[in-house]
Design a protein around this ligand. Structure first.
Ligand SMILES: C[S@@+](CC[C@H](N)C(=O)[O-])C[C@H]1O[C@@H](n2cnc3c(N)ncnc32)[C@H](O)[C@@H]1O
Length: 287
């Protein structure tokens, strides 16, 4: 069988599942190229190349995983975030493009030439911490997560990107284990924010494969913000920056939690949904 035929067959199988149909061709290509350890160029330069039996059987087992709904990123083991190739496993949330908006907003507000102290709460794959560290070379970043398995992936990503000196990882329930003496210039977080009640309506690829600990935060999805925002207020320097990703329709509740903060802003994602909230601590309101 040739490469072209193998892709056509795989795409046909994936198309039999309604929720896989849209990306069936792309997914079949990516899975076969993964098996062949080749780039897309091969599709244009040698699509009549023969696929060996061993390669075809490996390709088939990846197709089976995809047919069961496993996200393509977990199968390939990688997702790009803010231009960085990140390893992802089922221990971490697959970093989303919406979260790049948070990184962009933070980078636009923090000085590049100062030795900042920044913390990323709920780091998952390390996406936010590593992207920010890469673009703010003088910053020292702490990245925390409750999940040891997630931290192992994040540490590996830091090493792969050569950022291990700049980003330190630790297990902590939000800011509980972080040295109380340390004050930060910025607290960043894309916390779990999906309401438990939305569990059944989630796409199966999310519900069945991404870690629940990364997704859900109580009945309304606000449990983590309710703890994180007051903790962040204590951990930040006066005038320090808080940046959090928020879920659909959560802006009024988050605004209420930020009522004693200053410079409160919200940013829309490409769908026009409020997705990121930013605020700064005041000098005096938190004691
Ligand atoms: C929505 S994911 C975000 C991952 C990553 N920051 C990103 O944007 O791709 C939330 C992360 O918070 C972690 N988490 C959940 N509850 C936590 C807690 N109480 N303390 C620290 N981390 C927590 C989860 O393990 C998960 O890695």
């Amino acid at each position: 069988m040739t490469l072209r035929e193998a892709i056509a067959e795989g795409a046909g199988r994936l198309s039999s599942e309604e929720d896989l149909r849209e990306n069936a061709q792309r997914d079949a290509e990516l899975l076969l190229l993964h098996v062949l350890r080749a780039t897309r160029t091969l599709l244009f330069t040698d699509s009549d190349r023969t696929v060996s039996d061993r390669e075809f059987s490996e390709y088939n087992s990846l197709l089976e995983r995809r047919l069961l709904g496993e996200p393509i990123q977990y199968i390939l083991g990688e997702q790009e975030f803010y231009g960085l190739p990140l390893k992802v496993t089922s221990a971490v949330l697959i970093p989303r493009p919406e979260t790049e908006l948070l990184v962009e907003a933070v980078l636009a507000r923090l000085p590049k030439d100062k030795p900042l102290r920044i913390i990323d709460v709920g780091t998952g794959s390390g996406a936010i911490a590593l992207a920010v560290a890469k673009h703010l070379p003088l910053a020292q970043v702490i990245a925390v997560d409750l999940s040891e398995a997630a931290l192992a992936v994040a540490r590996e990503n830091a090493v792969r990107l050569g950022l291990q000196e700049q980003v330190r990882f630790m297990r902590s329930d939000l800011l509980a284990e972080v040295d109380g003496e340390t004050r930060f210039d910025a607290v960043l977080s894309n916390p779990p924010y999906i309401p438990e009640t939305d569990r059944t309506s989630l796409h199966r690829q999310v519900r069945e494969f991404e870690p629940g600990m990364a997704l859900f935060a109580g009945a309304e999805g606000l449990d983590v913000y309710r703890r994180l925002i007051p903790e962040a207020a204590k951990a930040l320097k006066p005038g320090g920056l808080l940046a959090v990703e928020i879920g659909y329709g959560q802006r009024p509740e988050i605004e209420a939690l930020l009522h004693v903060w200053s410079e409160v802003e919200d940013l829309d994602d490409l769908q026009g949904v409020s997705r990121v909230m930013l605020a700064r601590t005041r000098e005096s309101n938190f004691d």
